[in-house]
Design a protein around this ligand. Sequence first.
Ligand code: GTP
Ligand code: MG
Length: 362
Amino acid sequence: MDKIRFMVVSGFLGAGKTTTMIALGEHMNKTYGKVGIIANDLGANLVDTSLTQTSGCTVEEVASGCICYQMDNTVDKIRRLRDKDDAVFVMSDIPGCGVGALDHVYHTLANENSDEFTLAPFTVIVDPERLKLIMPDQEDIHLPEELAYLLQLQLEEADLVVLNKADLLTQEQIDRYVGFLKQACPNIPVLVISALKRTGIEELADFVENNVTALKNFSVRDDERFAQAETKLTWYNRRMFFKTMDDSKIDCNAVVDDFIEGIRNGLIERKRNVPHLKTFATAGNGDFNKSSLIGVDYDIEHTQEFLRDHKKMRMIVNARAVCESRPLARIVDDALDDVCEKYNLDCQVFFTECFGMGDEGR
Ligand SMILES: Nc1nc2c(ncn2[C@@H]2O[C@H](COP(=O)(O)OP(=O)(O)OP(=O)(O)O)[C@@H](O)[C@H]2O)c(=O)[nH]1
Ligand SMILES: [Mg+2]
């Protein structure tokens, strides 16, 4: 049997890992062979799994913890994608604060399963906006400086660095960011893409199809500093169901936007932030809304909006916030109460989890 190619896609919260995997997957499905995607994150009820399912890609989920600590499960999922779905190339992301998969995942697979897997370049997606955390003389993006260390480590771990969201940049800005990355990660290739607008995807596909990992030795140098960065972050996941009390159809896009705005305002009031807040809402017949906020200073981004009015919708919300867990839970509850009142909605909550990355007893 031919070996299957496996690739880890790393990168900071909201950098575009999921969007890139979908863009690559859709391209390679047509040009290379069947691609499988593993959506990985801490916690359950993942927006990214739902979003990936709406694309033309085959998806499996490894939830409730990084793939680094679920190697047996991850290997099972890769084999399943190969054996059931005929995948020849599988990629998995890791949580957006994650570092260490080169050691935990790549080195383990190289040591134990080299007859089965070829390891494609360890690929790190970079959002130019977040590079401001570590570039000299850049404006303050209102994230704690502890998080800069996560970004630095992610870059050090890379076999390949991909500057994403090029559609938002001028050529001069692209040149400056690429120049910085080439200095920050000497000898590491840098590619430029827009996962959203599908530019540079062919070159990226060509690179990951034809190169393999250098299997560097990399480890987190300063565990204490890493832990300090992690303790800044709180994960929040909720699944719920809304319906209008009077059975009328309403503009559910407005409900999603107001809900996100409510969370934004609650965070601003408490001087907190959310590096990535994402919602995925469905209302039957394939009509869905996927929205993201990559910080309180940014506009809401709509990957997709509802095409019609509805009287019911399911929604998942995932937040990766710089906020303590109890205030964050209150902020989301308040935003929910406000939209229910404004739009005369009944809301049933089926699942909630909220945990600090550094919480004792988790
Ligand atoms: N303008 C622009 N936006 C993009 C691009 N790629 C991703 N985005 C947007 O950036 C936001 C985050 O993208 P995701 O793909 O969810 O990022 P991620 O790294 O998977 O996020 P996490 O899994 O939460 O860490 C979404 O609103 C995307 O639509 C791009 O090339 N250009
Ligand atoms: Mg993602």
